[in-house]
Design a binder for this molecule. Structure first.
Ligand code: PLP
Length: 385
Protein backbone atom coordinates (compact mmCIF):
# COMPACT_ATOMS: atom_id res chain seq x y z
CA UNK A 1 0.00 0.00 0.00
CA UNK A 2 1.37 3.41 -0.94
CA UNK A 3 0.92 5.56 2.14
CA UNK A 4 0.70 9.30 1.88
CA UNK A 5 3.74 10.90 3.56
CA UNK A 6 1.45 12.87 5.85
CA UNK A 7 -0.51 9.96 7.39
CA UNK A 8 -0.67 10.02 11.15
CA UNK A 9 0.98 7.69 13.65
CA UNK A 10 -1.96 5.36 14.34
CA UNK A 11 -2.52 4.88 10.59
CA UNK A 12 1.15 4.03 10.12
CA UNK A 13 0.94 1.47 12.93
CA UNK A 14 -1.84 -0.36 11.13
CA UNK A 15 -0.80 -0.02 7.50
CA UNK A 16 2.95 0.59 7.13
CA UNK A 17 4.70 -2.39 5.56
CA UNK A 18 1.41 -4.22 5.13
CA UNK A 19 0.50 -5.47 1.67
CA UNK A 20 -2.30 -7.94 0.97
CA UNK A 21 -0.67 -11.32 0.26
CA UNK A 22 -0.12 -11.34 -3.53
CA UNK A 23 -1.10 -15.01 -3.97
CA UNK A 24 -4.43 -14.93 -2.06
CA UNK A 25 -5.27 -11.33 -1.16
CA UNK A 26 -5.12 -12.20 2.57
CA UNK A 27 -5.25 -8.84 4.33
CA UNK A 28 -2.95 -10.02 7.09
CA UNK A 29 0.64 -10.88 6.20
CA UNK A 30 0.86 -14.69 6.50
CA UNK A 31 3.36 -16.49 8.72
CA UNK A 32 5.87 -17.72 6.16
CA UNK A 33 7.00 -20.74 8.15
CA UNK A 34 9.59 -21.99 5.71
CA UNK A 35 13.34 -22.48 5.76
CA UNK A 36 13.97 -22.16 2.04
CA UNK A 37 12.38 -21.03 -1.25
CA UNK A 38 12.21 -22.90 -4.55
CA UNK A 39 14.07 -21.17 -7.36
CA UNK A 40 12.58 -20.95 -10.87
CA UNK A 41 15.87 -21.74 -12.58
CA UNK A 42 19.53 -21.52 -11.73
CA UNK A 43 20.11 -17.95 -10.54
CA UNK A 44 16.41 -17.03 -10.88
CA UNK A 45 14.38 -16.51 -7.72
CA UNK A 46 11.73 -14.19 -6.29
CA UNK A 47 14.07 -12.30 -3.97
CA UNK A 48 14.01 -15.04 -1.34
CA UNK A 49 16.68 -17.74 -1.13
CA UNK A 50 17.08 -18.85 2.49
CA UNK A 51 15.00 -17.87 5.54
CA UNK A 52 17.81 -16.68 7.80
CA UNK A 53 18.58 -14.10 5.13
CA UNK A 54 15.06 -13.12 4.03
CA UNK A 55 11.57 -13.89 5.28
CA UNK A 56 8.44 -12.02 4.09
CA UNK A 57 6.78 -11.96 7.54
CA UNK A 58 9.91 -10.52 9.13
CA UNK A 59 10.34 -8.09 6.21
CA UNK A 60 6.77 -6.81 6.72
CA UNK A 61 7.46 -6.25 10.42
CA UNK A 62 10.78 -4.54 9.72
CA UNK A 63 9.08 -2.14 7.27
CA UNK A 64 6.36 -1.43 9.82
CA UNK A 65 8.81 -0.73 12.66
CA UNK A 66 11.02 1.46 10.45
CA UNK A 67 7.98 3.58 9.56
CA UNK A 68 6.63 3.99 13.08
CA UNK A 69 10.09 4.94 14.42
CA UNK A 70 10.64 7.35 11.49
CA UNK A 71 13.77 5.45 10.39
CA UNK A 72 15.11 4.46 7.00
CA UNK A 73 14.95 0.73 7.73
CA UNK A 74 14.86 -1.83 10.52
CA UNK A 75 16.25 -5.27 11.31
CA UNK A 76 14.44 -7.62 13.69
CA UNK A 77 16.31 -9.87 16.11
CA UNK A 78 15.54 -12.77 18.42
CA UNK A 79 15.51 -10.57 21.55
CA UNK A 80 16.17 -7.03 22.70
CA UNK A 81 19.60 -8.18 23.87
CA UNK A 82 20.34 -9.59 20.39
CA UNK A 83 19.41 -6.16 18.97
CA UNK A 84 21.83 -4.48 21.40
CA UNK A 85 24.46 -7.03 20.36
CA UNK A 86 23.86 -5.96 16.75
CA UNK A 87 24.51 -2.33 17.67
CA UNK A 88 27.73 -3.41 19.42
CA UNK A 89 28.86 -5.03 16.16
CA UNK A 90 29.65 -1.53 14.86
CA UNK A 91 32.53 -1.42 17.37
CA UNK A 92 36.09 -2.63 17.09
CA UNK A 93 38.58 -3.53 19.78
CA UNK A 94 39.78 -0.34 21.52
CA UNK A 95 36.52 1.56 20.95
CA UNK A 96 34.76 3.30 23.82
CA UNK A 97 31.05 3.72 24.55
CA UNK A 98 29.33 6.18 26.90
CA UNK A 99 26.25 4.58 28.46
CA UNK A 100 23.38 5.88 30.60
CA UNK A 101 24.31 4.91 34.16
CA UNK A 102 21.09 3.19 35.16
CA UNK A 103 20.69 1.30 31.93
CA UNK A 104 18.79 -2.02 31.88
CA UNK A 105 20.69 -4.62 33.96
CA UNK A 106 21.01 -7.04 31.03
CA UNK A 107 22.64 -4.32 28.91
CA UNK A 108 25.13 -3.63 31.68
CA UNK A 109 25.85 -7.36 31.95
CA UNK A 110 26.43 -7.72 28.19
CA UNK A 111 28.75 -4.71 28.12
CA UNK A 112 30.70 -5.55 31.28
CA UNK A 113 30.84 -9.33 31.33
CA UNK A 114 30.94 -10.14 27.61
CA UNK A 115 32.03 -7.21 25.45
CA UNK A 116 34.85 -5.99 27.68
CA UNK A 117 36.56 -9.31 26.89
CA UNK A 118 36.77 -8.12 23.27
CA UNK A 119 38.70 -4.98 24.18
CA UNK A 120 35.74 -2.58 24.30
CA UNK A 121 35.50 0.12 26.97
CA UNK A 122 32.34 1.44 28.59
CA UNK A 123 31.78 4.49 30.82
CA UNK A 124 28.49 4.83 32.71
CA UNK A 125 27.34 8.38 33.29
CA UNK A 126 24.19 10.21 34.25
CA UNK A 127 23.15 11.16 30.70
CA UNK A 128 20.56 13.60 32.05
CA UNK A 129 23.72 15.74 32.61
CA UNK A 130 25.21 16.46 29.20
CA UNK A 131 28.24 18.13 30.78
CA UNK A 132 29.07 14.70 32.28
CA UNK A 133 28.51 13.03 28.91
CA UNK A 134 30.84 15.46 27.19
CA UNK A 135 33.58 15.00 29.74
CA UNK A 136 33.25 11.20 29.44
CA UNK A 137 33.93 11.34 25.68
CA UNK A 138 37.45 10.26 24.68
CA UNK A 139 39.12 10.22 21.26
CA UNK A 140 38.04 6.55 20.95
CA UNK A 141 34.36 7.08 21.83
CA UNK A 142 32.20 5.71 19.02
CA UNK A 143 28.73 5.39 20.58
CA UNK A 144 26.56 7.24 23.05
CA UNK A 145 24.05 4.63 24.27
CA UNK A 146 21.09 6.26 25.99
CA UNK A 147 18.01 4.93 27.71
CA UNK A 148 15.25 7.44 28.38
CA UNK A 149 13.23 7.16 30.53
CA UNK A 150 15.56 4.92 32.51
CA UNK A 151 14.64 1.74 34.22
CA UNK A 152 13.48 1.97 36.97
CA UNK A 153 14.05 5.51 38.30
CA UNK A 154 12.61 7.23 35.23
CA UNK A 155 15.35 9.73 34.62
CA UNK A 156 15.32 11.45 31.21
CA UNK A 157 17.98 12.46 28.70
CA UNK A 158 17.42 15.47 26.46
CA UNK A 159 17.49 13.72 23.08
CA UNK A 160 17.85 16.84 20.93
CA UNK A 161 20.78 18.15 22.97
CA UNK A 162 22.39 14.69 23.22
CA UNK A 163 22.24 14.25 19.47
CA UNK A 164 23.80 17.67 18.85
CA UNK A 165 26.60 16.87 21.28
CA UNK A 166 27.16 13.42 19.75
CA UNK A 167 27.29 14.88 16.24
CA UNK A 168 29.86 17.48 17.30
CA UNK A 169 32.10 14.68 18.60
CA UNK A 170 31.41 12.36 15.61
CA UNK A 171 29.81 9.83 17.95
CA UNK A 172 26.70 7.86 16.97
CA UNK A 173 23.68 8.31 19.24
CA UNK A 174 21.79 5.07 19.93
CA UNK A 175 18.59 5.21 21.97
CA UNK A 176 16.93 2.29 23.71
CA UNK A 177 13.30 3.40 23.28
CA UNK A 178 11.75 0.33 24.91
CA UNK A 179 10.23 2.17 27.87
CA UNK A 180 8.51 4.88 25.84
CA UNK A 181 7.66 3.23 22.48
CA UNK A 182 7.40 5.37 19.34
CA UNK A 183 3.83 6.31 20.30
CA UNK A 184 5.35 8.47 23.03
CA UNK A 185 8.80 9.42 21.78
CA UNK A 186 10.56 9.14 18.43
CA UNK A 187 14.31 9.62 19.02
CA UNK A 188 15.20 9.74 15.31
CA UNK A 189 13.14 12.93 15.00
CA UNK A 190 15.47 14.43 17.64
CA UNK A 191 18.55 13.38 15.66
CA UNK A 192 19.34 9.86 16.97
CA UNK A 193 21.23 7.64 14.53
CA UNK A 194 19.70 4.38 15.72
CA UNK A 195 16.87 3.22 17.95
CA UNK A 196 16.67 -0.17 19.56
CA UNK A 197 13.73 -1.90 21.22
CA UNK A 198 13.00 -4.97 23.14
CA UNK A 199 9.86 -5.71 21.07
CA UNK A 200 9.03 -8.07 23.94
CA UNK A 201 7.54 -5.00 25.65
CA UNK A 202 5.16 -2.35 24.28
CA UNK A 203 5.61 -3.08 20.57
CA UNK A 204 4.29 -6.62 20.91
CA UNK A 205 2.28 -5.57 23.92
CA UNK A 206 0.73 -8.90 24.90
CA UNK A 207 3.50 -10.63 26.90
CA UNK A 208 3.65 -13.54 24.49
CA UNK A 209 6.81 -13.03 22.45
CA UNK A 210 10.50 -12.17 22.96
CA UNK A 211 12.16 -10.07 20.28
CA UNK A 212 14.19 -7.01 19.41
CA UNK A 213 14.75 -4.50 16.65
CA UNK A 214 17.32 -1.97 15.51
CA UNK A 215 15.95 0.95 13.48
CA UNK A 216 18.58 3.00 11.65
CA UNK A 217 18.70 6.04 9.40
CA UNK A 218 21.93 5.94 7.37
CA UNK A 219 22.09 3.56 4.39
CA UNK A 220 25.59 2.41 5.35
CA UNK A 221 24.41 1.54 8.88
CA UNK A 222 21.46 -0.39 7.48
CA UNK A 223 23.75 -2.25 5.05
CA UNK A 224 26.00 -3.28 7.92
CA UNK A 225 23.05 -4.33 10.12
CA UNK A 226 21.60 -6.44 7.31
CA UNK A 227 25.00 -8.07 6.78
CA UNK A 228 25.41 -8.63 10.53
CA UNK A 229 21.87 -10.02 10.93
CA UNK A 230 22.54 -12.62 8.26
CA UNK A 231 26.06 -13.35 9.51
CA UNK A 232 25.29 -13.70 13.23
CA UNK A 233 21.88 -15.25 12.57
CA UNK A 234 19.90 -14.19 15.67
CA UNK A 235 16.81 -13.42 13.57
CA UNK A 236 13.25 -12.99 14.81
CA UNK A 237 11.18 -16.05 13.89
CA UNK A 238 8.26 -15.79 11.43
CA UNK A 239 5.69 -16.46 14.17
CA UNK A 240 7.19 -13.87 16.53
CA UNK A 241 7.38 -11.39 13.65
CA UNK A 242 3.68 -11.97 13.02
CA UNK A 243 2.84 -11.51 16.71
CA UNK A 244 4.70 -8.19 16.89
CA UNK A 245 3.02 -7.02 13.66
CA UNK A 246 -0.30 -7.82 15.23
CA UNK A 247 0.80 -5.92 18.32
CA UNK A 248 1.85 -2.72 16.59
CA UNK A 249 -1.59 -2.37 14.97
CA UNK A 250 -2.99 -1.39 18.38
CA UNK A 251 0.10 0.41 19.71
CA UNK A 252 -1.40 3.89 19.51
CA UNK A 253 -4.58 3.04 21.41
CA UNK A 254 -2.80 0.87 23.95
CA UNK A 255 -0.24 3.55 24.74
CA UNK A 256 -2.97 6.13 25.35
CA UNK A 257 -4.42 3.94 28.09
CA UNK A 258 -1.02 2.84 29.45
CA UNK A 259 -0.16 6.54 29.83
CA UNK A 260 -3.50 7.48 31.40
CA UNK A 261 -3.25 4.62 33.90
CA UNK A 262 0.43 5.36 34.62
CA UNK A 263 -0.36 8.98 35.42
CA UNK A 264 -3.39 8.11 37.56
CA UNK A 265 -1.43 5.54 39.61
CA UNK A 266 1.52 7.92 40.02
CA UNK A 267 -0.80 10.66 41.31
CA UNK A 268 -2.54 8.21 43.65
CA UNK A 269 0.76 6.91 45.07
CA UNK A 270 2.21 10.41 45.42
CA UNK A 271 -0.69 11.23 47.76
CA UNK A 272 -0.34 8.04 49.86
CA UNK A 273 1.21 8.39 53.31
CA UNK A 274 3.11 5.09 53.14
CA UNK A 275 4.89 6.07 49.92
CA UNK A 276 8.12 8.03 50.33
CA UNK A 277 8.74 9.01 46.73
CA UNK A 278 7.24 8.38 43.30
CA UNK A 279 9.30 8.35 40.10
CA UNK A 280 7.18 9.29 37.08
CA UNK A 281 7.97 11.95 34.44
CA UNK A 282 4.32 13.03 34.30
CA UNK A 283 4.35 14.35 37.88
CA UNK A 284 5.07 18.09 38.16
CA UNK A 285 7.70 17.39 40.86
CA UNK A 286 9.73 15.13 38.55
CA UNK A 287 12.99 17.07 38.04
CA UNK A 288 12.64 16.81 34.27
CA UNK A 289 8.89 17.27 33.92
CA UNK A 290 9.35 20.18 31.49
CA UNK A 291 11.66 18.10 29.28
CA UNK A 292 9.15 15.23 29.42
CA UNK A 293 6.43 17.56 28.15
CA UNK A 294 8.67 18.68 25.27
CA UNK A 295 10.06 15.33 24.27
CA UNK A 296 7.28 12.86 25.08
CA UNK A 297 3.68 12.60 23.97
CA UNK A 298 2.13 11.30 27.18
CA UNK A 299 4.36 9.92 29.91
CA UNK A 300 3.96 6.16 29.49
CA UNK A 301 2.92 3.31 31.71
CA UNK A 302 6.12 2.82 33.74
CA UNK A 303 6.51 4.18 37.26
CA UNK A 304 8.32 3.27 40.42
CA UNK A 305 7.99 4.25 44.05
CA UNK A 306 9.92 3.88 47.26
CA UNK A 307 8.32 2.28 50.31
CA UNK A 308 11.39 2.81 52.50
CA UNK A 309 12.46 -0.77 53.20
CA UNK A 310 12.71 -4.27 51.78
CA UNK A 311 10.15 -5.44 54.32
CA UNK A 312 7.57 -2.87 53.21
CA UNK A 313 8.20 -3.71 49.55
CA UNK A 314 7.85 -7.44 50.28
CA UNK A 315 4.54 -6.93 52.07
CA UNK A 316 3.13 -4.95 49.18
CA UNK A 317 4.36 -7.40 46.55
CA UNK A 318 3.02 -10.40 48.46
CA UNK A 319 -0.41 -8.84 48.82
CA UNK A 320 -1.29 -7.55 45.35
CA UNK A 321 -4.07 -9.62 43.76
CA UNK A 322 -4.72 -8.14 40.33
CA UNK A 323 -1.19 -6.97 39.53
CA UNK A 324 1.10 -9.88 38.74
CA UNK A 325 4.47 -10.14 40.46
CA UNK A 326 6.69 -10.57 37.41
CA UNK A 327 9.66 -9.16 35.52
CA UNK A 328 9.14 -7.53 32.12
CA UNK A 329 6.77 -4.73 31.17
CA UNK A 330 4.68 -3.27 28.41
CA UNK A 331 1.92 -5.89 28.23
CA UNK A 332 -1.81 -5.21 28.49
CA UNK A 333 -1.80 -6.67 32.02
CA UNK A 334 -0.28 -4.75 34.93
CA UNK A 335 2.94 -6.13 36.37
CA UNK A 336 4.67 -5.24 39.60
CA UNK A 337 8.28 -6.02 40.47
CA UNK A 338 11.17 -5.42 42.81
CA UNK A 339 14.14 -4.07 40.78
CA UNK A 340 16.84 -4.69 43.43
CA UNK A 341 16.21 -8.45 43.52
CA UNK A 342 14.65 -9.00 40.08
CA UNK A 343 15.55 -6.93 36.98
CA UNK A 344 18.67 -5.38 38.53
CA UNK A 345 19.92 -8.35 40.57
CA UNK A 346 22.92 -8.62 38.20
CA UNK A 347 23.96 -5.03 39.01
CA UNK A 348 26.42 -4.90 41.95
CA UNK A 349 24.89 -3.52 45.18
CA UNK A 350 27.13 -0.43 45.29
CA UNK A 351 26.13 0.53 41.73
CA UNK A 352 22.46 -0.06 42.55
CA UNK A 353 22.78 2.29 45.50
CA UNK A 354 24.56 4.91 43.36
CA UNK A 355 21.73 5.01 40.82
CA UNK A 356 18.90 5.12 43.35
CA UNK A 357 17.69 1.51 43.25
CA UNK A 358 16.94 1.10 46.93
CA UNK A 359 15.62 -2.07 48.59
CA UNK A 360 12.26 -0.36 49.10
CA UNK A 361 11.82 0.49 45.43
CA UNK A 362 8.86 -1.11 43.63
CA UNK A 363 8.23 -0.82 39.89
CA UNK A 364 4.87 -0.96 38.14
CA UNK A 365 4.16 -1.53 34.48
CA UNK A 366 0.63 -0.13 34.33
CA UNK A 367 -1.52 -2.25 32.04
CA UNK A 368 -4.73 -1.22 30.34
CA UNK A 369 -7.19 -2.64 32.88
CA UNK A 370 -9.79 -0.33 34.43
CA UNK A 371 -7.95 2.23 36.54
CA UNK A 372 -10.38 1.84 39.45
CA UNK A 373 -9.52 -1.85 39.73
CA UNK A 374 -5.77 -1.14 39.62
CA UNK A 375 -6.04 1.54 42.29
CA UNK A 376 -8.21 -0.67 44.51
CA UNK A 377 -5.61 -3.42 44.26
CA UNK A 378 -2.81 -1.09 45.38
CA UNK A 379 -5.02 0.32 48.13
CA UNK A 380 -5.65 -3.10 49.65
CA UNK A 381 -2.01 -4.20 49.25
CA UNK A 382 -0.72 -0.97 50.84
CA UNK A 383 -3.01 -1.78 53.76
CA UNK A 384 -0.70 -4.74 54.51
CA UNK A 385 2.43 -2.55 54.58
N1 PLP B 1 16.16 -2.79 27.02
C1 PLP B 1 15.31 -2.57 28.03
C2 PLP B 1 15.02 -1.16 28.46
C3 PLP B 1 14.69 -3.64 28.68
O1 PLP B 1 13.85 -3.41 29.70
C4 PLP B 1 14.98 -4.96 28.25
C5 PLP B 1 14.38 -6.14 28.90
O2 PLP B 1 13.74 -6.05 29.92
C6 PLP B 1 15.89 -5.14 27.20
C7 PLP B 1 16.45 -4.02 26.60
C8 PLP B 1 16.27 -6.51 26.72
O3 PLP B 1 15.24 -7.06 25.97
P1 PLP B 1 14.93 -8.65 25.84
O4 PLP B 1 14.50 -9.12 27.19
O5 PLP B 1 13.86 -8.71 24.79
O6 PLP B 1 16.20 -9.29 25.40
Amino acid sequence: MKLDDRVHFSTLCIHAGQEPDPSTGAIITPIFQTSTYVQDALGEHKGYEYARTQNPTRAALEANLAAIEAGGGALAFASGMAAIGAVASFLQSGDHVVVTDNTYGGTFRLFERVLRRYGLEFSYVDTSRLDLVESAFTPTTKLLFVETPTNPVMSLTDLGAASELARRHRVKLVVDNTFASPAIQRPIEFGADMVIHSTTKYLNGHSDSVGGVVVATADEDLDWLRFYQNSAGAILSPFDSWLVLRGTKTLAVRMTTHSANGLALAEYLAGHKKVRKVFYPGLPDHPQHELAKRQMKGFGGMLSFDLGSLDAARRLLNNVRLMALAESLGGVESLISHPATMTHASVPADRRAAIGITDGLVRISAGIEDIEDLQADLEQALGAV
